[in-house]
Design a protein around this ligand. Sequence first.
Ligand code: 6PG
Length: 252
Amino acid sequence: MGFIVNYKIHIGNSIEQLSEYFAQLLNDKINNSEDHFDIALSGGSTPKNIFEYLAVHHKNTIQWNKVKFYWGDERCVPPSDSESNYKMAYDSILHKLQIPTSNIFRIKGENNPKLEADIYSSVVLNQLNSVNNYPRFDLIMLGLGEDGHTASIFPNQISLLNSDKIYSTALHPGSGQTRITITGRVINNASSVVFIAVGKNKSKVVGEIINQKGNYKDYPASFINPLDGELYWVIDEEAASRISQLNRKTQL
Ligand code: 6PG
């Protein structure tokens, strides 16, 4: 699996501006899709801000009825738990847009993790078109941890990038919390992958990944490089502050 190569960078000056950019990107792709649009959502505070913005400013401008919602990862907790990525998305956007449950494919964090990882892999395999023998999401949203993790692929479990599973279990290295995560090959099989990262605390990891300097080879996010899809880095000025001028060339 190769390092990041072809990507587009959008650097915004606020979470509102980044959210608006993401909304336009999403709208264009949904409008150009055929019968429906398969998106995998991310957890994290940055995606939450974007969901809340979309629910307020784009309730009626995006064809949400075409969208089927999946998750890139989930914490192994009940859907009512404050840690649940499903709960975060439900409360911040899905409930507000009145998305029908038939279009929501929740990872059941309350189930046995290994069993649910296999069940959810089958759900995704059955629901999505397959290309290169892996399911193809139309768009996968990804956050970025300061340690270079994305979804729940952590540096100490970097082999999940090359797993032949579609979803696998993972352990948060700090809390020991069990997670269910999409694997690297499925991410890199997507039509579009959008990283969203904001804040000074992400500048080091973003800079090392984009510049391919420092510890980038230790970061799972460095290996997110869609085979024949588009890769976007949607970041604010603080997170972008250590990207070299040369590597800002692809800025949109
Ligand atoms: C999760 C996400 C995780 C998250 C990053 C960034 O379930 O928490 O999958 O990858 O996106 O840790 O989170 P923040 O945006 O909150 O920094």
